[in-house]
Design a protein around this ligand. Structure first.
Ligand code: K7E
Ligand code: CUA
Length: 635
């Protein structure tokens, strides 16, 4: 409470001060140098300058925040049913979920054009089921979920290429390929494989398997796509090059070095197109030895985690979790070593390059480096899990650390404004902390996660704001708000849903045997028809069309004593399936407050005994039809 009062007071003083100054140049200056509270203050009625998309971790969702206010704007359900949006409950979104009710979403990946976020789609991975979802940013809705065959836990995923030709996935927990191959754990080294997959994205955003590469049974951890000179390549880190299947915390930390795999995805795709792949689990799988030039390994010290390509595309930054420095690798040096065929043996048919041949610099950032982001002004920012700090360092000679800031506590990823693009904006970095401990009002043993907004516009990083998040964001991406233009309603005349009811006179109920299709129109403040007669044992499909064309008029459709409730947006049609049990009366109602007479927006299902003479076609009264028609005309 005290803190809020203090913040409010500071903001008010600052705004008053600014308003006494002549011209906006002054105001801008005050904003840039004023107190932290003012820099996050977005006046009521005004908008944030960035959207931030935070992965929801094992909540299976995506959280949308506005930056710099750090206000939670909405949650996009992706891998998890979500009653507030009716997601996973209506027939269409239920089918998308494929029977699963959880996912573990780690890495949002905004679609790109020429290496910059283009605002079309957001991809995100589901680690345990090796799935990638595509959210359409025209309506912030999950439109597609693609399962990547043969990949066992997609953590290195999705990290789109600069023109969104591919998203990637690679096995974190190596497994037999195919999964059904009978094996023993003792034969891990010989009978298990990792899989690196390139998933093609069509111009319309549809995903399909492009290629898969069989690798030794390492644990593939993260990936980043090349850009600029390194466009056409993707870089994957791994741990457990020791190939242990138990006691990994000891056995997988034996080697001084693990690896980055550099994959030329164009060569891989050409090999598939040339017929060099074998089909396993429905996917074209390539063996490295069959395709020269497709994949190389180079060593990275001490169980690396993150791998991040800098905005210029020249440098590949990776850090060993058990090391105190970032290794910066040069794409040009990698190309030279490959051209000169300077290899240090091979692993599973993959040529291995020498660390010293590829290394550009070693930057002593601090303990527990995980992930690196960029500001587009020549600096990189690395999260330090063990030190609970962010290190800012010069991307280029003398490759030195120039600033550090404490974070609270134990940072995992960090995200910079437009930080994965060729042109990061250099405004903000958000620390995504794994522990929040004492930073918020206590809410019991399950703590929120901590996130912190940091201003990186000046020479010194400045902590602006703490905000709690629901568990548990791993990564996030921040895009300029003016790149997105979400629709406000679905135009009814563009509604292509075959179950849509667009004219009042078409609202009806049809019964064919034990299947009932109820074509309902929802408009303030009633359903038409609102009496549905069926017989016990019928399967009833409620196709509800919300014919409103006003912004923010969502209708719900919930059925009592059932698990069914969906939300229908203006211009949208959704279908819910309900089984009529014993004879009796079952009410339904609008579950989303929509109007002064929202309470009246209800109806009844009359379930008659099986075999009772229920009309095969039921229509609302002509008076009701005329009323709805009039409402639709005036909307
Ligand atoms: Cu570092 Cu899954 Cu990218 Cu968690 S990951 S922090
Ligand atoms: Cu419609 Cu409440």
């Amino acid at each position: 409470m005290k803190r809020w009062l203090a913040l409010g007071a500071v903001a008010v003083v600052a705004v008053v001060a600014a308003s006494h100054l002549p011209g906006c140049a002054w105001t801008a200056k005050v904003r840039a140098t004023g107190p932290a509270a003012q820099k996050v203050y977005v006046k009521p009625g005004e908008y944030d300058t960035y959207y931030a998309f935070l992965s929801g971790g094992h909540s299976g969702q995506v959280f949308v925040y506005g930056m710099p206010s750090c206000r939670h704007i909405t949650t996009i359900p992706v891998f998890t049913p979500e009653p507030a949006r009716g997601y996973g409950i209506d027939e269409e979104s239920k089918a998308l979920l494929g029977g699963y009710t959880w996912g573990d979403a780690h890495h949002p990946g905004l679609s790109e054009t020429n290496g910059d976020y283009d605002g079309r789609w957001l991809f995100i991975n589901d680690l345990p089921h090796a799935r990638i979802a595509r959210i359409d940013l025209s309506d912030f809705t999950t439109r597609e979920i693609f399962t990547v065959p043969n990949v066992s836990a997609a953590h290195a995923c999705p990290f789109p290429t600069p023109n969104t030709e591919y998203v990637f996935a690679a096995s974190r927990f190596s497994a037999p390929v195919p999964f059904t191959k009978p094996v023993k754990l003792e034969n891990y080294k010989t009978d298990f494989n990792g899989v690196i997959a390139g998933v093609k994205v069509s111009k319309e955003g549809h995903m399909s398997t492009g290629f898969e590469i069989l690798t030794p049974p390492f644990d593939w951890d993260l990936v980043d796509a090349g850009k600029g000179p390194s466009d056409g390549w993707a870089f994957f880190t791994c741990y457990n090059s020791e190939e242990a299947y138990d006691s990994l915390e000891v056995k997988a930390s034996q080697h001084e070095m693990d690896y980055i795999a550099a994959v030329n995805w164009r060569v891989a795709q050409q090999a598939v197109d040339a017929g060099k792949a074998h089909t396993i689990g429905g996917a074209p799988v390539l063996q490295p030895k069959d395709v020269p030039g497709m994949i190389y390994l180079f060593p990275v010290p001490k169980s690396p985690h993150g791998v991040d390509v800098d905005p210029s595309g020249q440098y590949i930054c990776a850090s060993g979790k058990l090391q105190a420095e970032v290794s910066v690798f040069s794409f040009a040096k990698m190309q030279q070593a490959i051209a000169a065929r300077r290899f240090d043996g091979q692993q599973g048919g993959i040529p291995v390059l020498r660390y010293t041949d590829v290394l550009e610099a070693r930057v002593p950032v601090g303990l527990g480096p995980l992930h690196t982001q960029f500001d587009g002004k020549g600096y990189a920012y690395t999260s330090l899990f063990l030190d609970s700090q962010i290190a800012k360092w010069k991307l280029g000679p003398p490759w030195n650390v120039v600033d550090k800031i404490d974070v609270y506590y134990s940072i995992g990823h960090l995200m910079a404004s437009e930080g994965d693009t060729r042109h990061p904006t250099g405004d903000y970095v958000v620390a995504l902390d794994k522990l929040s401990k004492d930073r918020y009002l206590a809410v019991g043993p399950s703590h929120p996660e901590g996130a912190q907004l940091i201003d990186v516009r000046g020479p010194k990083m400045e902590l602006l704001y703490d905000f709690p998040t629901y568990p548990e964001p791993h990564y996030g991406q921040m895009i300029k708000a003016d790149k997105l233009h979400p629709m406000k309603i679905y135009p009814l005349d563009q509604n292509k849903n075959p179950w849509a009811t667009k004219r009042a006179e078409d609202a009806r109920i049809e019964k064919h045997g034990h299947r009932v299709d109820a074509y309902l129109i929802a408009v303030r403040s009633h359903f038409t028809p609102d009496v549905v007669r069926v017989t016990a044992g019928d399967t009833v499909y409620f196709h509800v069309t919300n014919v409103e064309q006003d912004e923010d008029i969502t209708h719900g459709f919930g059925i009592l004593r059932s698990n069914l409730d969906m939300q229908v947006e203006p211009g949208e049609t959704k279908t819910i399936r309900w089984l009529a049990g014993a004879p009796g009366i079952v009410p339904f109602y609008c579950s989303n407050f929509c109007s002064a007479l929202h309470q009246e927006m209800q109806g009844y299902i009359e379930v008659q005994p099986s075999g009772a003479p229920v009309a095969r076609l039921q229509r609302p009264s002509p008076a009701r039809v005329a009323e709805v028609a009039a409402l639709m005309q005036h909307r």
